[in-house]
Design a protein around this ligand. Structure first.
Ligand code: CP
Length: 314
């Protein structure tokens, strides 16, 4: 595998191997005072973020540093993008400067694919490109860390019923999770108002429902989504209040879930909007476990793309 741009780049086997590898990295680091493996020594990893991020950028940086890579962070505001340099020229410049991996977040769907096209030559040489979230399209490493968290909490994804709730229309997390979780054997149900479902959702490997109260008792896990107001041009229907009443995970709704059901949220959470503050902090909620898993999953992805499978973990 050269790039990770989409869940379509994975198979059931390769996705499962990445999750296994992430757990091996977790084990390799467990109890170490100095969390430093020599795995990527001499490799240069660049995070190239044209949209804000806390979890994804930081966890890729930590992952790279724990594997001894040289990690360089590039942001739109502090780079020559702010002077009008094109995405293509920026990508080619970072390639020429020695990037072995470009980790890209961009508001335009397909941006990471374009960068991979521009920086990979006819012989397949060039940096590995990882999609760290492109517009409303995909966020594959988020889906991998969510799958790992669910596997750890539920034992297996096979036959599990998982609800993805809320603003599906603007969510790259929803699409990547729907594809990956169903690939790994789960039954995925999207629970959303009709106005926040994308055109073409009938081609996704999911069922669609509109009543959260009706779905919750049958779910093994629920993945709450943030309402992405920044992609809504100033307004959306239903209103924020109606949304919260219809689709927010309140304490009453938490009680509708079975006791061993799991609550996920990719973050950032809007407490009081899609998730009540008490639910965000409840033991069933695995938000911080997701973040920790994000580091190990991103170590596994960097390892797989930059080193391959032949070499044993250091
Ligand atoms: N889940 C996620 O992508 O969070 P950030 O936007 O903070 O990276």
């Amino acid at each position: 595998m050269k790039h990770l741009l989409s869940i379509a780049d994975l198979t059931t086997d390769s996705a499962t191997e990445l999750l296994d590898e992430a757990e091996r990295f977790e084990q390799a680091l467990l109890g170490r005072e100095v969390r430093k493996l020599p795995t990527l020594r001499g490799r240069t990893v660049m995070t190239v973020f044209f949209e804000n991020s806390t979890r994804t950028r930081v966890s890729f940086e930590v992952a790279g540093k724990w594997m001894s890579a040289d990690v360089i962070n590039v942001s739109a505001s502090s780079s020559s993008v702010s002077k009008g340099e094109s995405l293509r020229d920026t990508a080619l410049t970072l390639h020429a400067a020695g990037a072995d991996a470009l980790i890209v977040r961009h508001p335009a769907s397909g941006a990471a694919h374009r960068i991979a096209d521009w920086t990979t030559d006819a012989d397949g040489n060039g940096p590995s490109v990882i999609n760290a979230g492109d517009g409303t399209h995909e966020h594959p490493t988020q889906a991998l860390l969510d799958a790992l968290t669910l596997r750890q909490r539920l034992g297996s994804l096979e036959g599990r019923r998982i609800g993805i709730v809320g603003d599906i229309l603007h969510s790259r997390v929803a699409r990547s999770n729907a594809l990956l979780l169903s690939m790994l054997g789960a039954e995925v149900v999207l629970v959303a108002p009709r106005t926040l479902l994308p055109v073409g959702v009938e081609t996704w490997p999911v069922t669609v429902a509109h009543s959260l109260d009706a779905e919750l008792p049958g779910l093994d896990a629920v993945l709450m989504l943030r309402v992405q107001a920044e992609r809504m041009n100033g307004g959306f229907f239903p209103s924020a209040r109606e949304y919260s009443i219809g689709y927010g995970l309140s304490e009453r709704r938490l009680r509708l879930l079975s006791d061993d059901a799991v609550v996920l949220h990719p973050g950032p959470m809007l407490r009081g909007m899609e998730i009540a503050s008490a639910v965000a902090d409840a033991p069933q909620t695995a938000v911080l476990q997701q973040v920790t898993n994000g580091v190990h999953v991103r170590m596994a992805v960097l390892f797989r793309l930059l080193v391959g499978t032949e070499e044993a973990l250091a």
